[in-house]
Ligand binder design. Structure first.
Ligand code: EPS
Length: 396
């Protein structure tokens, strides 16, 4: 089974990830992994930390001569900021005078719940691990999952649907426009609609001006997914359930939607379900896995917990970042007196970065399901199984 875990504190020495279950013989493009890490650092509204960091994956194991060897892949991402935190967060006892306490919990952050749970007198250690910095480790292993999916003709990308109250007017963005966003050398808000992107920028500017923060919505699109990943056979094997949990696990995500799930609840069935057509093969083949066609994709590529061959659409709804320059009411951990919540340098808006995290989680989930279906210990075996399945679909 494809599995991964991460370790690391936001201001510790490094982030760590271990990915196991990748078949042997997958070509690893290091520049591609680092570009994914770069993408996660971009976006209008990011804070000062991103000027310090230059995230790169340093692979320690599981890859030799440019390809996976079937053993666990371990990697690290250096925290350049560590040099500024060595005395504040030493592994040894260090000098308590130099520790940097988070003395009043930030509403919306993990600070209070985490301090109560772990019995910490203040929230420093909570902030360190709950921080979205951890998503850099996910982006790195997610990039490896993307490389596997590419071998199967599947691409995973994201775009912004909304920042604060600024939303794209036409939510159906063609795949080619999302690809064009990926190719950009500068990322503003990763929105395919330039007019909406300008409105999004204004939302961020207003938050910057007023010491506030904004949330938003990103959409992850998986293109080229064959029908048949996931199953209705058991609740915990449904693809939509797996994707929802994967994306919900990202920092600041408070809701996940598959396709137009939210709007569907208040629409009649005739306006929600995607009518089925069939295109007979011309000449000696056809584009796509089968001849079955849909003109709409409200289902977001999943019916009955199974991919149906349409693009998979997963939307992540982000709460506004909980660190506010103009902080909300809170309570001092020590004195229990009312105070303003702690403020530490932070981002104001993170929709593009969270979208890259979402891509990683969707890619890791799809790679896991693909390996469950076409599984093998080497890429040769996986591709042979995949080709056999593609033939089964063509012959259907
Ligand atoms: C982040 C690094 C963090 C924050 C952000 C995400 O760096 P620092 O805390 O040193 O400024 O910019 O973390 C949060 C939003 C959070 O709530 O903790 C990153 O690498 O993405």
């Amino acid at each position: 089974m494809l599995r991964f875990s991460t370790a690391g504190e936001s201001h510790g020495e490094a982030l760590v990830a271990v990915l196991s279950g990748m078949p042997a013989g997958l070509r690893i493009d290091l520049a591609f992994i680092d570009r994914e890490l770069w993408r996660r650092q971009q976006g209008y509204g990011r804070g000062g930390r991103m000027k310090i960091e230059h995230d790169r994956a340093h692979i320690l194991s599981g890859v030799r001569h440019g390809a996976t060897i079937g053993s666990p892949i371990a990697l690290t991402i250096e925290n350049r900021d560590w040099k500024n935190w060595q005395e504040a967060l030493p592994v040894g006892a260090g000098d308590p005078e130099k520790h940097k306490a988070v003395s009043s919990p930030r509403p919306g952050h993990a600070d209070l719940a985490g301090a109560l749970k772990y019995n910490f007198p203040e929230a420093r250690y909570v902030l360190e691990r709950a921080s979205a910095r951890e998503s850099a480790a996910r982006a790195a292993v997610g990039a490896i999952a993307k490389l596997l999916l590419r071998e199967l003709g599947i691409e995973v990308l994201s775009h912004a649907l909304a920042v604060g109250t600024a939303a794209v007017r036409d939510a159906e963005i063609p795949w080619e426009k999302i690809q064009a966003l990926y190719a950009r050398k500068e990322v503003l808000l990763n929105c395919a609609d330039p007019e909406a992107e300008e409105r999004m920028k204004t939302e961020v500017d207003n938050a910057l001006k007023t010491g506030d923060s904004v949330g938003g919505v990103f959409e992850v699109v998986a293109h080229g997914v064959p029908p048949g990943l996931g199953t209705y056979a058991n609740w915990d094997e449904r693809l939509d359930a797996l994707l929802a949990a994967a994306v919900m696990s990202l920092q600041a995500v408070k809701a996940v939607e598959i396709g137009t799930g939210v709007g569907s609840a208040s629409s009649p069935g005739s306006a929600v379900h995607d009518a089925i057509g069939y295109e007979h093969a011309k000449g000696d083949g056809r584009a796509g896995y089968t001849g079955f066609r849909r003109r709409t994709n409200h289902a977001g590529g999943i019916e009955g917990g199974i991919s149906n061959g349409e693009d998979i659409l997963v939307r992540g709804y982000l709460k506004p970042i909980s660190t506010l320059r103009r902080p909300l009411e809170s309570v001092n951990f020590k004195t229990r007196e009312p105070v303003k919540a702690a403020y530490e340098r932070s981002d104001v808006a993170v929709v593009p970065a969270a979208g890259v995290g979402g891509e990683a989680m969707v890619a890791l989930t799809l790679a896991r399901c693909a390996l469950e279906k076409f599984g093998g210990d080497s890429m040769g075996e996986v591709l042979r199984n995949f080709e056999g399945y593609k033939k089964q679909l063509k012959d259907y």
